[in-house]
Design a protein around this ligand. Structure first.
Ligand SMILES: *[C@@H]1O[C@H](CO)[C@@H](O)[C@H](O)[C@H]1NC(C)=O
Ligand SMILES: *[C@@H]1O[C@H](CO)[C@@H](O)[C@H](O)[C@H]1NC(C)=O
Ligand SMILES: *[C@@H]1O[C@H](CO)[C@@H](O)[C@H](O)[C@H]1NC(C)=O
Length: 981
């Protein structure tokens, strides 16, 4: 009887088991059918009806042949996981699906997987919130990082998981929440990864109780307050990473106890105090505390750390010397201690093991020489020691470092010459050596450094000729050799550097003729050859260049000024060349005698044409002036009569006299020099501030001339610069909050003044990129983007006739005291002539390198869409925080191609967003960047209008934080509301 019972029991157990085994197969085959992977993968070949489920690839069973683990990590799987059936596997303990492309929501059914010890869904493409998993109280490992989960994470589920050893939920776009106190109850935790998941508030009390922690990371959040003292109890930590938060206070006392630390990164916080607590952390391999307010000296002990490979402490307030033995022990990789107040010399042995890639110590007060040891450091890619007090000779081998991409020694007192070793510098893209005491000749071997994109050797004592071989540098974009002692002629071969956009050879002793080949540069934007001994005629080709700066003044040029350069002649670019003559009766140039080069027929034709144009223009001018005078007379009544005798032309009611303005045009009030004139800041007796732009009408550069009392209306048309006319014409009829306000113009025979409102916060360029920069938060940047877009929209669509700005750039966007933007500088603006056809317009083309739309390169026909392109570049500056041209953009050289490349790359547009923009705004920033990408499309027709741009930007409006609520549990919760929605 007992035996029979046993048989029965066995039988029933067996049938139960086989039923389950049958179910298992169903469940796994169901899983297989829910997932897809690459056609060529053999992953699921073993998952068929003939095999035992326990021999399915990735499946593990226990001794009862019940499935315990499914491990399909990193198999390029797509599809959604069927938790409803999966969780019916009765013995399932481990699910590993990390590093795939799984998508969809994780369903509530996962709560049935109550036996799970190990769950890895990290690095996938899920969406929606992650469900409450309180029933999974056996979990030891939970990996959900970088998986697309959003909303609120169910932190309270953790309270039930007292056995949890590793928790990783970072890199998910969760809603803003205080740092979860729940983790404090996870006493066994050895790994906690909470970076980049929108956490705020302070670290919870009790974090120091998690003494099993070996890795602790919560970087890229909004955590505030001080590092709690109890953190020093985490003696087992080997990795502690908390960069990019807003921690304040000091590195806590006792931090020195964390002797196991190998990797420590507290960068981009607001920590203060000194680094003395770090001096016993002798096991550190990587030490990073850049962008804090740390002061004091770098402990000398750090120089004895035997395993240290990287040290990054830039942008602090550190003083004293760099430990001289730093980096001399292990395979040291890089040092960046730039932008501190460090003194002493550069440690000599950081490349002892031959692995160093970056030596970055710029902007300190370092003295002594560049140690010769670095000439042998073939691994070095970046050598930047600029803006220090370094002296002595640059070790010749430095110039030949085979892997160096940038050599930046500018703003020191270094001597020596550019050595012929440079022939070996095959990867060198930038030489920055401005303002040193380099001497000798530029070696012919520079022609072998064929990766060069930019060379700046200006303000040194370099002599001899510019090497003929320079033409070999096909990628060269920028060549600055000004203020040296160069002689000989400009090599004709320079014409083969087809990428050149920026040439400054001024203030040397160059002689001979200007090579005709210079006129054939497609991309040239800036050409300064002034203050040399150049002779001969101006090559005709130069007339066809489209330059934002063109200066041939103070040479010995002769012959007629080409017709197309008449405008240049007016603004002084040709002055100081007594041998030049003018065909068109340009003031201050003698008339060309009839014997000069051209055939009589052509001359006659040109003269006829010129006379006809002048007649036509002056008729038109007189007509317009009479008309305006009449209108103004009507508008202003008596005022206009007075005005006439004062040669003031006002567009707003004035509270000052022109005498007050004229008296203030003095050197000490100079605040800027633009392409077309100087800008002065004028404080009136009533305290009001104005900005005054001074434009010389003829080529009288820096001498003050007496002001004529001729009325502007009586001034000869030929006496004023065209830029002046353009600007006045464009601005006088414009009134918009986002366009700079022009109060009046004051003119004399030889110069003109434009009186504007003064904007105290300078230009957007200054705010973003120069030493006057200040942190612009995302909301401010966004407001600037929208405001500037509206200003430009008004110019294009709001006036009687569209006004092209033609030099849209961040330095032409000024900011008022509330940082509201105003479009400024219409020096190049032209009102689109109604009779020239709506979308084609011919004129002098200019602009600024980095902002110029590609169509300028191949056609003179440009329209509003070219402004849209330039505005797109401004948007990119706002979102990326970078300049339009940066060395880091590499071969592509400008921001537009860099951003477009990002957009196409796997990392995506978001990787281009300024890291200072908080995570919660990243999405909006990306939207703005996407608009910028549209604006900078190659085909003008496909770019949006400014009207559409304004629309798109308004759609990207950031959340407005309207309050902080203290919730029941004491945590803070920011409440965000989109004002528009
Ligand atoms: C947490 O675990 C306890 C038992 O350990 C259980 O009674 C409780 O239901 C669990 N909580 C939830 C929300 O499932
Ligand atoms: C931060 O998280 C987002 C998702 O919220 C992710 O796309 C991004 O790559 C993460 N950043 C880093 C540096 O991993
Ligand atoms: C941390 O541990 C101490 C001592 O064991 C205990 O008194 C304290 O309550 C713990 N703190 C928290 C928040 O768990």
């Amino acid at each position: 009887m007992f035996a029979a019972f046993r048989v029965l029991l066995l039988l029933s157990l067996f049938s139960l088991l086989s039923a389950q085994l049958h179910d298992q197969r169903q469940i796994l085959l169901n899983l297989k059918s829910s997932l897809h992977n690459s056609k060529f993968s053999k992953l699921f070949d073993s998952w068929n009806d003939n095999n035992s489920v326990c021999s399915f690839h990735g499946v593990t069973c226990n001794t009862l042949r019940s499935v315990t683990e499914i491990n399909l990590s990193d198999q390029t799987l797509t599809g959604a996981l069927p938790f409803d059936s999966l969780c019916n596997l009765p013995s399932l303990q481990k699910l590993a699906f990390g590093f795939n492309y799984l998508y969809g929501k994780v369903s509530e059914d996962i709560r049935k997987c109550v036996n799970l010890r190990y769950l890895d869904l990290g690095n996938n493409l899920f969406s929606g919130p992650f469900p409450d998993i309180s029933p999974l109280n056996q979990l030891q490992y939970l990996f959900l990082n970088k998986s697309g989960f959003s909303g609120t994470f169910p932190w309270q589920s953790l309270l039930n998981m007292t056995g949890l050893l590793q928790l990783s939920v970072g890199d998910n776009p969760f809603d803003f929440t205080p740092f979860p106190k729940e983790v404090v109850s996870l006493k066994k935790l050895n790994w906690l990864y909470l970076s980049n998941c929108t956490l705020g508030g302070k670290l919870p009390v009790g974090l120091g109780n998690l003494t099993e922690l070996t890795e602790l990371e919560f970087s890229d959040n909004f955590i505030t307050g001080e590092l709690p003292a109890e953190i020093v109890n985490l003696r087992k930590l080997w990795q502690f990473v908390f960069f990019n938060n807003t921690f304040t206070g000091k590195i806590p006392t006792g931090f020195r106890n964390l002797k196991g630390l190998v990797n420590l990164d507290g960068s981009t916080n607001r920590l203060e105090g000194d680094l003395s607590e770090l001096k016993y952390l002798t096991n550190l391999v990587s030490l990073q505390f850049f962008e804090n307010n740390l002061s004091g000296e770098i402990p000398n002990e750090i120089g004895e750390f035997k395993r240290l490979r990287s040290l990054s402490l830039y942008r602090n307030k550190l003083t004293g010397p760099i430990p001289q033995k730093v980096g001399s022990w292990a395979e040291f990789d890089f040092i960046d201690v730039s932008e501190n107040f460090l003194t002493g010399t550069i440690p000599p042995e950081m490349c002892k093991k031959g692995k160093m890639t970056a030596l970055l110590v710029l902007q300190n007060k370092l003295t002594g020489e560049i140690p010769a040891t670095y000439g042998d450091c073939w691994s070095l890619k970046r050598l930047r020691v600029s803006n220090n007090l370094l002296s002595g000779t640059v070790p010749p081998a430095i110039w030949g470092l085979p892997n160096a991409e940038i050599i930046d020694i500018e703003l020191n007192q270094l001597e020596g010459m550019v050595a012929s070793d440079i022939r070996n510098a095959k990867k060198l893209a930038s030489i920055l050596a401005r303002q040193n005491r380099l001497s000798g000749e530029i070696p012919e071997e520079i022609s072998k450094a064929t990766s060069l994109l930019s060379v700046d050797l200006s303000e040194n004592q370099i002599s001899g000729k510019i090497p003929e071989g320079i033409g070999e540098l096909k990628g060269l974009g920028s060549l600055h050799l000004q203020r040296n002692r160069l002689s000989g002629s400009i090599p004709e071969s320079l014409g083969s550097c087809k990428s050149l956009n920026d040439i400054d050879l001024s203030r040397n002793s160059l002689s001979g003729e200007i090579p005709a080949s210079l006129g054939s540069f497609p991309a040239l934007n800036y050409l300064n050859l002034s203050d040399n001994n150049l002779s001969g005629e101006i090559p005709r080709g130069l007339s066809f260049l489209r330059l934002s700066l063109f200066d041939l003044s103070y040479n010995r040029l002769t012959g007629p000024i080409p017709q197309a350069l008449t405008l240049e002649a007016y603004n002084g670019s040709l002055s100081g060349n007594p041998g030049l003559c003018s065909v068109d009766a340009i003031n201050s140039f003698p008339r060309c005698s009839s014997s000069s080069g051209m055939s009589k027929d052509i001359r006659a034709l040109i003269i006829c044409f010129a006379i006809a144009s002048i007649l036509l223009l002056s008729c038109l001018g007189v007509y317009l002036q009479l008309k305006r005078r009449k209108e103004e007379g009507e508008r202003f009544g008596e005022r206009s009569l007075k005005k006439e005798s004062w040669d003031v032309k006002s567009f707003h009611v004035l509270s000052f006299s022109e005498g007050e303005i004229l008296d203030s045009i003095r050197q000490e009030n100079l605040i800027g020099k633009g392409g077309s004139g100087n800008v002065y800041r004028v404080t009136l007796s009533n305290g009001k501030e104005l900005a005054v732009k001074h434009i010389w009408n003829t080529d009288v550069p820096a001498r003050k001339k007496s002001w004529s009392s001729t009325s502007m209306l009586g001034t000869k048309q030929g006496g004023k610069s065209k830029e002046f006319d353009a600007e006045v014409q464009a601005l006088s009829s414009i009134r918009h909050v986002n366009v700079v306000k022009l109060y009046c113009s004051i003119t004399s025979e030889d110069s003109s003044l434009l009186v504007y409102e003064y904007l105290p916060n300078g230009s957007l360029w200054d705010r973003l990129h120069t030493s006057r920069k200040m942190e612009l938060d995302w909301e401010t940047r966004y407001e600037i983007a929208v405001g500037a877009a509206k200003g430009l929209e008004y110019l294009h669509h709001g006036c009687e006739r569209p006004v092209l700005h033609r030099d849209v750039k961040s330095s032409n966007i000024l900011l008022d005291e509330f940082l509201k933007p105003r479009i400024a500088d219409f020096g190049l603006a032209k009102v689109v002539q109604a009779n020239v056809g709506k979308d084609s317009y011919t004129g002098v083309i200019a602009g600024t390198h980095g902002y110029i739309a590609p169509e300028y390169g191949y056609t003179y026909k440009v329209n509003e869409k070219s402004d849209v392109y330039s505005f797109g570049v401004v948007l990119m500056e706002l979102v990326t925080g970078k300049r339009p041209i940066e060395a880091e953009f590499g071969e592509n050289k400008d921001m537009v191609s860099w951003v477009h490349n990002k957009a196409r790359s796997k990392e995506g547009l978001s990787s281009a967003v300024d890291s200072r923009i908080p995570e919660i705004y990243k999405e909006e920033a990306c939207k703005v960047l996407r608009t910028a990408v549209l604006c900078t499309g190659t085909l003008p027709a496909l770019r949006p209008t400014m009207r559409a741009v304004v629309q798109k930007l308004e759609d990207a409006e950031p959340l407005k934080l309207v309050g902080i609520v203290i919730s029941k549990d004491g945590g803070e919760k920011k409440i965000g509301v989109n004002e528009k929605k």
